[in-house]
Each structure stands twice: as C-alpha cells, then as structure tokens.
Design a protein around this ligand. Structure first.
Ligand SMILES: [Cu+2]
Length: 361
C-alpha cells in the first residue's frame, strides 16, 4: 500500500487545483475576493493563484468562519451565596465530519459539534463549572490551561481521568490567571486527540477592580462587561492544521479550521478602532506556527497574562504549540483596502493559513 506524501496530496486535491486554475488564465486582475496581486502575463509565468477552487458548505459544518471570530460563550451566569459569579458550561464531545477546504472532508472529533470548540469567556475569580459529556466513540477529557487542583486537570489517571463514551464529569475551579488560554482533550495518544479537533479558547478577562491607574483602564478595555471593551474590535483566531491522510504531517492549515476562509471573506475592520486578536496555536505535527501582519505593526501580550505588552512594534509573532497571546493594532490613517495576514511559514500560508482584513473607507 502506498502512502500519499504531502506533494502527492497537493497534486490530487482541491488545493492542487489552484495551480491548474491559475495556469489556465492568461491574465488576472487584482480582486478583493481572490486577494493576491498577481503578476499579469501567463506567457512568462504560470504561477497559480493562492486559494482554493469552490466553496465550503459552512451550513453543513454548522459554523461560519466570520462568526467564529466573536461568538464568545459566557456560560449560564448566576451568583453563589458568597457573591462570587458562577458560570456554567455544557460541552458534549461528538464525532463529526467537517469540510475544511472545498471538497476535503475531515473526520473530526469535536466539542459541541464544532472546531474549534466553544470560546469560553469569563472574568478572573469567577467560579467555572463545565459539565462534560462524552458522546463520541473514543475516550476523551477536557484539560484546561489555568490554575486549578490536580483532580480538575483532565488528565488520564487523576481525578475522574479519562471519560469513556457515554460517561460524563464536571470540571470546576476558579478562573485564574487572566489571559488568553485554551482547553483541549488530554486522552492518549495526545497528539491525535488534539489534532482531531478537541480544543478551544478559554479567555479570562481581568477584573478592573483589582488594578489602579492606567492598568485599570487596560483591564476595563479587556473585560467584556465594560463599555470600554465594546469599543474594541475583538477577534479570536485559533491556528490549526489537518493531517488529512494520517501520515503525521498536515496537508491543510487554517485559522479557525476552514482554509482560506478570511481570504474568501475578508474580515471587515474600521480605522479609528483598536483591533485585538486573541491568537492561539494548536497546530500538531509542526513545532511552531506564526502570525504575520502586512503593512502594519502590532503590540503583543504573551499568554495575555499582563496588562502591558510583552513585545512592542512587531509584525510577526511565532508561537509553539499551546502558546497564545493577544495582538493589538490599529489602522488609523491608513488607506482603505485589503490588508493581508498569514503564517510566515509560507508553506502554511499556501496550504490555507491566509487571510485579509478589509479596511473600510
Ligand atoms: Cu480525546
């Protein structure tokens, strides 16, 4: 039995069709949807257009890439007798096939039928209760990045350990520290369980009452219950990859699962508004991933656990697996138009991790 290499895959897949589509067109103009400025004459170059032919059926997937940027899950909110805010979440693991690039279907394992799973959002000090039911066909867990007891850690052999199909458990802890975190399955083999799609964002907003001066103002801007936060354009981007032929290498890369999603539908942004990206890397099989912004620079808060940037004025940030952080930038005074962002591992970009911000006039 021959195993397809990544190059064979490219030749035979929808992504491979890009090159073919490019070669059949003698000249090509710049368009918003195609995204790339192309050298014009097909006589000298027959370079393909970046992107994929066709459209993903987002409705069948059950989620729309533009919606995934902002669909925070604040949980069912109540107050405990001691005044502490309680947020209760319900997460069900299920098997589900997802279309990750037109015509390419991936047999995913999901939290709540989507990849990434629900974007859990809370405030530092909140009580978090996650009701987890495994309705999938393999044992799973939820392991949260954050501070909690060993028995709430969601790893095999500790606490309730691995949750078998049909079983359920509850993970409960106080949210800390504030930052841009994640959760993922920790069943063995770990890389397969994560790579199949069992991961999501876990965002803990800072509590402004704990800080003073300028740090308090920053905390307000980061806390979803404050009006200052409503003035910021916040976006969640989870960098992921898909090994579609199970050879231990990714064939498709994306932010938020669907390859080229934000190239096909650029993200509308406005000048005069702070742009904030919660960026998380869950890519398996490649040691690092990265985010590169064109024509502009950003400040970066590694892990989101500080109120001052940990890096200033950079246009590229790399993250190892499970590393994450917050990017902030604005396009004040820029000409309207499409501004590109992508992994600066250019191979990843060409295999799907490519997008545009559309700066409105
Ligand atoms: Cu699992």
């Amino acid at each position: 039995m021959s195993i397809f290499s990544r190059r064979d895959f490219l030749k035979s897949s929808a992504v491979g069709a890009i090159g073919l589509a490019g070669a059949t067109v003698a000249s090509r103009k710049y368009t918003k949807t195609s995204g790339i400025r192309q050298s014009i004459s097909g006589e000298e170059h027959e370079h393909g257009q970046m992107g994929a032919v066709g459209e993903v059926d987002h409705q069948a997937n059950g989620f729309y890439p533009l919606d995934l940027l902002t669909d925070w899950d604040y949980g069912q909110v109540s107050k405990l007798p001691n005044g502490q805010v309680m947020r209760e979440y319900y997460i069900v693991a299920t098997d589900k096939e997802l279309e990750i690039v037109p015509g390419v279907f991936f047999p995913a394992w999901t939290y709540n039928g989507r990849v990434p799973g629900p974007a859990l959002r809370c405030v530092e000090g909140d009580r978090i209760r996650v009701n987890f039911l495994n309705a999938g066909t393999h044992p799973h867990t939820i392991h949260f990045h954050g501070i909690h007891s060993a028995k709430m850690d969601g790893v095999p052999g500790v606490g309730d350990g691995t949750i078998n199909p049909g079983e359920h458990t509850i993970y409960e802890f106080d949210a800390a520290p504030f930052g841009c975190h994640l959760y993922h399955c920790h069943a063995i083999p770990l890389k397969r369980h994560i790579h199949k799609g069992l991961y999501g964002a876990f965002i803990i907003d800072p509590d402004p009452d704990k800080y003073t001066g300028s740090r308090r103002e920053v905390a307000k801007s980061r806390n979803h219950s404050y009006i200052e936060n409503g003035m910021v354009n916040e976006m969640l981007m989870i960098m992921n990859g898909f090994d579609t032929n199970f050879d231990g290498e990714n064939e498709i890369y994306a932010v938020n699962t669907v390859a080229f999603a934000y190239q096909n539908e650029p993200i509308p942004i406005s000048s005069g508004q702070l742009q904030r990206v919660y960026l998380i890397n869950v890519t398996e099989f490649d040691p690092i991933n990265s985010f590169h912004l064109h024509a502009n620079f950003f400040d970066y808060y590694d892990h989101g656990t500080t109120l001052e940037p940990t890096l200033r004025t950079v246009d590229t940030i790399m993250q190892c697996q499970a590393q994450r952080g917050i990017l902030e930038f604005n396009f004040d005074g820029f000409e309207p138009g499409p501004y590109m962002f992508h992994a600066h591992q250019t191979e990843f970009a060409e295999l799907g991790w490519m997008g545009f911000f559309e700066l409105q006039g």
